[in-house]
Write a protein that binds this ligand. Sequence first.
Ligand SMILES: Cc1cc2nc3c(=O)[nH]c(=O)nc-3n(C[C@H](O)[C@H](O)[C@H](O)COP(=O)(O)OP(=O)(O)OC[C@H]3O[C@@H](n4cnc5c(N)ncnc54)[C@H](O)[C@@H]3O)c2cc1C
Length: 434
Amino acid sequence: MIPRGDGRKVFAVSERESMPYDVVIIGAGPAGLSAAIRLKQLANEAGSELSVCILEKGSEVGAHILSGAVIDPKSLDELLPEWREQGCPLAAVPVNDNQHWVLTKTKKVGVPHFITPGFMHNKGTYTGSLGNLCRWLAAQAEGLGVEIFPGFPAAEILYNEDGSVKGVATGDMGVARDGSHKADYAPGLELHAKYTFFAEGVRGHLTKMIKPQFALDAECEPQVFGLGVKELWDIKPENHAEGRVIHTQGWPLDQNANGGGFLYHQANGQVALGFVTWLNYRNPHISPFQEMQKWKTHPEIAKILKGGKRVSYGARAISDGGYQSVPKLAFPGGALIGDSAGFLNVPRIKGTHTAMKSGMMAAEAAFAAVNAGRSSDTLDAYQASYDDSWVKKELSVVRNVLPLVEKYGDLAGTLLSGITMWLETLKIKVPFTM
Ligand SMILES: Cc1cc2nc3c(=O)[nH]c(=O)nc-3n(C[C@H](O)[C@H](O)[C@H](O)COP(=O)(O)OP(=O)(O)OC[C@H]3O[C@@H](n4cnc5c(N)ncnc54)[C@H](O)[C@@H]3O)c2cc1C
């Protein structure tokens, strides 16, 4: 114990053990798991050795992933083309009915499909638990030789002398409030890597440190956020329509706030529902949780839930900045993938397929680098693949949606967004980025 001048005690940091890997990934969400799988696939195809590990702060993979999603299988098709035959739980419920409602306090108006471009119609998508998808992806990754450590948050970024990222350290365990070591004290572990992928999801605490460290967001707009409150319900069989997905806008939000609701009829008589409130609301008394509770009392929603039982709930942040807020993706010794960078397509409320693809692109760049004997440099090839990818194009098509809704309100903004999305879909480039 080292006494300090201010009377507080400082306890010496014990020697930490270190483990070397080719690639260390922080976070076992769709992005991190897809990156790990792609890395091992490439190594196996080339017949080379490549060590990959994932740190996951949840007690198990999927524990911190709020379930209930509609997923575009584009990246899954590319990563594991046989996923449907291999027992992936997502295959159970293809979306067969897509509805979009504008709500007033007591009524709903259905928006006809022809008003929105095809990519908004959820054709070919699946609805299921994102947590279960991650658990399945984790099993595929482990089958390929990826080491996954659940229950181990990455707590600190480690740097080489030249300033490049050297890896991460897990937090010490068994430390008392005053900093003293309890009987079960165990020092953190250092994981050293040639490349470290940050796949922490929205507003990860290490991502928040690495961005300013390498000025990654110096040339993009600041990221903006929403808060999604989600619930999972068992509902009565007569109210259930497996494969139907519903999105709503309008009530209970007024012109002082933006956002919307969703309700997905999934397997086993369950619905996953939620309400996202963008955190730019002008009325300071708004509570995203209360908006969700109000939304559930709308006659059209209440009718579906009547006689049902809520089985789980939670809340999660969502990054809404899209195209304009994507930072620089690669830096010496590492890369941002998935929601750590912010690839969510806002009007589709979908970020899983883009998160997965970004992980795959980063993996391809890192594998080529390691194979060429490189380490700890900047994966320019990852940035270049993103710049040339369908992910960037997809985000570009919808880039004005959030700014237009913010500026002109829910109805006029949605109408104008629809026009810009149509123009972009018809390959008529809208000459502005808001
Ligand atoms: C309300 C809501 C509804 C959504 N609906 C859909 C939808 O229907 N369809 C869709 O495609 N997308 C949807 N999304 C978006 C989708 O969930 C994300 O885009 C996607 O999960 C991003 O994947 P990711 O791997 O980047 O991050 P995440 O899924 O957030 O995974 C990050 C993982 O990293 C772990 N982690 C974080 N920090 C650390 C650390 N320091 N050390 C170790 N582990 C760490 C976390 O525990 C987590 O497991 C929704 C999001 C929200 C909030």
